[in-house]
Ligand binder design. Structure first.
Ligand SMILES: Cc1cc2nc3c(=O)[nH]c(=O)nc-3n(C[C@H](O)[C@H](O)[C@H](O)COP(=O)(O)O)c2cc1C
Length: 151
């Protein structure tokens, strides 16, 4: 099973921290979303993840744009970090991928360090997130998807 995660992590590297742990434990290939274009070799991978921080309730633009290029029938999943994990922030990008005919297998989200706006003045929020439990939960999420979708 070969898995790639297409990611963008620009606020504090919170999402990258999760991607790095998954890559280390699952052998996943990490691809910067900004580098994905029409020539991306989707067929090299059995599973594709899209990972991002959240800005204004959405995945970052490069990740959403990459999801808009996904070929029909591809199996995909979503990972995000956010300030307040109280809704499914993957809903929008899921629709983008589903409209292309991708098969959406699920999403994992957790909190990430956030210093956006006035929060900076008080040292931000979620200074210790993603924490060890959240990193492990993300790894377990990917391992389970891989086990369930072995060709
Ligand atoms: C400009 C901006 C907008 C944000 N908007 C939201 C938001 O709408 N909802 C939320 O829960 N978090 C929001 N956040 C917090 C980030 O999603 C969070 O810090 C995330 O972990 C950043 O991920 P990254 O370090 O991988 O880029 C925002 C942060 C920034 C800088």
């Amino acid at each position: 099973m070969k898995t790639a995660i297409i990611y963008e992590s620009k606020h504090h590297g919170n999402t990258k921290k999760i991607c790095d742990r998954i890559a280390k434990e699952c052998g996943t290939v990490l691809v910067e979303a900004a580098s994905v274009d029409e020539n991306f070799n989707w067929k090299d991978y059995d599973l594709i993840g899209f990972a991002s921080g959240i800005a204004y309730s959405r995945f970052y633009d490069h990740v959403t744009r990459a999801a808009g290029l996904i070929p029909h029938g591809k199996k995909v999943f979503f990972i995000y970090t956010c300030a307040k994990n109280d809704k499914d922030f993957a809903a929008g990008i899921k629709k983008t991928a589903a409209d292309r005919g991708a098969v959406c297998l699920g999403s994992y989200g957790c909190r990430g360090y956030n210093t956006y706006g006035p929060l900076k003045l008080i040292g931000g929020m979620n200074r210790n997130n993603p924490n060890e439990d959240e990193l492990q939960a993300a790894v377990d999420f990917v391992k389970k998807l891989e086990a369930n979708h072995e060709e």
